[in-house]
Design a protein around this ligand. Structure first.
Ligand code: PMP
Length: 295
C-alpha cells in the first residue's frame, strides 16, 4: 500500500529506493517514541502539483522538534524543496507526505545529537473515507499537556490515538472523540473537532490539543464565508444539542459526522454550513495559490 520496488524516499539528504533504505534497531525513537513528524498533502492544481500549506507544516515540524530538544538541521525551505523533488521522482501529484525526524542510537533518557530525517510519500485517499462518520466518545482522554507537549506532533503521543481509534472500531464506530483532563471535548485521535449550532461553529480552544493546520484553514474559510467561530470549552453532553459536526485534519480533510454515540445530528448534511466549509476546503486545496473559489 505504501511503497513498491520503484518507490523513492528521502533519507538524510539522499534520494534512495524504499527497498534499500535502512534504519537501526537501537534508535531512541523506536524504543521510547521520541521523534517528531508531520502529515501533509499535495494536490494537483491548475498550476501543477502544490503542497498545501507547506510552510505551516514544516514550521510546525521545527516547533515540535524544538520542544523535544531535537536539533533539526534542515530549514523549512530545504524540506519543502526536497519534498517537491521527491513527489516528482515518484510521479505523484495528489499525495500524502510524511516527514519523520527520528533519533540515533541512545538507550538513555536524554536528548540525542544524531538526528535523522526521512520523507515518505504515497497516494492516499481521504483517511476516514468520504462517508459520514459514526463517532464514539472515547473512554480514553488526551494526555495532560503538563505531562508532554500536546501541541507538538510527537511519535509517542500516537499510542493514545491508537488506543482510542481501536476502541471505537471494536465497538462498531468509525472513529473516537476524546476529552481532555478536565472532561471537556478535546479532539479526535488524528483530527480536530467542530460542531455547528444555529449556523455557528464551536470548537475547543488551543492548549490541550494539536494546533491543526486544517483547523486554522476552517477559521479562514468560515471568516470568508461569513460564519462565526467560537473557541470555548464544552462537555460531551453539549454535542447532543448540536445540529451538525465534523472532524478536520490534513488526512481526513473535512469529514462530516452522522452520529455521536446514540445521537444522530438532526440537520441534513447538505443543508449545513459545515457542508459549505467542506466544499470550500476541497476547492481551496486544489485551486491556484491566490485564487478564491468556493461553490
Ligand atoms: N489532532 C491530532 C491529534 C492530529 O494528529 C492531527 C493531524 N495532524 C490533527 C489534530 C489535525 O492537524 P492538521 O490539520 O494540521 O493535520
Amino acid at each position: 500500500m505504501y511503497f513498491n520496488k520503484q518507490t523513492i524516499v528521502f533519507l538524510d539528504g539522499e534520494f534512495l529506493k524504499a527497498t534499500s533504505a535502512k534504519t537501526g534497531l537501537y534508535n531512541q525513537t523506536m524504543h521510547y517514541g521520541n521523534g517528531v513528524f508531520e502529515g501533509i498533502r499535495s494536490y494537483e492544481t491548475p498550476d501543477g502539483t502544490r503542497i498545501f500549506k507547506a510552510k505551516e507544516h514544516f514550521d510546525r515540524l521545527h516547533a515540535s522538534a524544538e520542544k523535544m530538544h531535537i536539533k533539526l538541521s534542515y530549514s523549512s525551505e530545504e524540506l519543502e524543496k526536497a519534498t517537491y523533488q521527491l513527489l516528482e521522482k515518484n510521479g505523484l501529484t495528489d499525495a500524502y507526505i510524511r516527514p519523520l525526524v527520528y533519533l540515533g542510537e541512545n538507550m538513555s533518557l536524554t536528548a540525542t545529537d544524531v538526528v535523522h530525517v526521512t520523507i515518505l510519500v504515497w497516494k492516499w485517499g481521504a483517511l476516514l473515507g468520504d462517508n459520514m462518520l459514526n463517532v464514539m466518545l472515547s473512554s480514553y482522554e488526551r494526555p495532560n499537556p503538563k505531562s508532554c507537549h500536546m501541541d507538538a506532533k510527537v511519535v509517542g503521543h500516537y499510542t493514545n490515538s491508537i488506543l482510542a481509534s481501536t476502541e471505537a472500531k471494536q465497538n462498531g464506530f468509525d472513529e473516537a472523540l476524546l476529552t481532555d483532563m478536565n472532561g471537556f471535548i478535546a479532539e479526535g485521535p488524528g483530527a480536530n473537532f467542530f460542531m455547528e449550532k444555529e449556523g455557528k461553529f464551536i470548537t475547543p480552544p488551543l492548549g490541550n490539543i494539536l494546533s491543526g493546520i486544517t483547523r486554522a484553514t476552517v477559521f479562514e474559510l468560515a471568516k470568508e464565508l461569513g460564519f462565526e467561530v467560537e473557541e470555548r470549552f464544552f462537555k460531551p453532553e453539549e454535542i447532543y444539542t448540536a445540529d451538525a459536526a465534523f472532524f478536520c485534519g490534513t488526512a481526513v480533510e473535512i469529514s462530516g459526522i452522522k452520529k455521536f454515540n446514540d445521537y444522530s445530528f438532526p440537520m441534513n448534511w447538505d443543508d449545513s454550513n459545515s457542508q459549505l466549509i467542506q466544499r470550500a476546503y476541497k476547492r481551496r486545496v486544489a485551486c491556484n495559490e491566490h485564487e478564491n473559489l468556493y461553490i
